[in-house]
Design a protein around this ligand. Structure first.
Ligand code: PRP
Length: 206
């Protein structure tokens, strides 16, 4: 039986495949997979899902391992084993607002895909804010007047820049992580050990 790895679709998927190939695993069936969400390679079964769903598949033991952003782990706190950091998917969590607009003195409204991280950030500052949960394109919220600012991940900074927003404060650094189902780690130890070791070896010493 092949180990099952759940992989976050999109940017992390691309970066993971480059990394995985550098570890000399065959990724050719994954390169032209089209719209398929489940692909088998010589050594693994891969399933492709949104970040938070990757944690759900791993939590339920459908996938043995998962590749997911640390931001997702921080926001949703899934019951998975947070196995190791990976050398890609580096980003920061930041508070941003429109350039040239004064930060209002009244109670602020913050839009975010990360309501828990946002609340915790302002709680630590001793500030009370209203949080509006959005699912994406969060940068629109201040421009359209839905919020005074946003809390979101910044990777290259291009999205903020192209939408006229600036960082007011950065407060967490994240990378991609390899997560594991707690039982799989024990029950499928022999099957998973080689890949975990390879992923670990590919991680530069911090
Ligand atoms: C993420 C994030 C920012 C953007 C940051 O969104 O929420 O919008 O990437 O990246 P950058 O600093 O390199 O521009 P994603 O691309 O996942 O899309 P979404 O907003 O629709 O969730």
């Amino acid at each position: 039986m092949k180990p099952c790895i759940a992989l976050t679709k999109g940017r992390l998927e691309k970066q993971f495949l480059e990394f995985f190939q550098s570890l000399e695993y065959d990724i050719s069936p994954l390169l032209n997979k089209g719209r398929k969400l489940r692909v088998e390679t010589e050594d693994f079964q891969f399933v492709f899902a949104k970040g938070v769903d990757v944690t759900t598949y791993v939590e339920h033991g459908i996938a043995d391992l998962g590749i997911v952003g640390e931001d997702i782990l921080a926001e949703f706190q899934p019951n998975v084993y947070n196995l190791l950091p990976l050398p890609f998917g580096k980003c920061r969590m930041a508070l941003a607002a429109e350039a040239g607009i004064d930060w209002p003195e009244r109670k602020r409204t913050i839009a975010s895909k990360y309501p828990n991280i946002t609340k915790e950030f302002f709680r630590r500052k001793g500030e009370s804010v209203d949080v509006v949960k959005l699912e994406g394109s969060v940068e629109l919220a201040p421009i359209l007047g839905l919020a005074d600012g946003i809390v979101d991940i910044v990777e290259t900074g291009t999205t903020l820049k192209e939408n006229g927003l600036v960082i007011k404060e950065e407060f967490h650094q994240y990378s991609a992580r390899c997560i594991a189902n707690r039982s799989s780690l024990i029950l499928k130890k022999d099957l998973l050990a080689p890949v975990v070791e390879a992923l670990q070896k590919g991680v530069p010493i911090q």
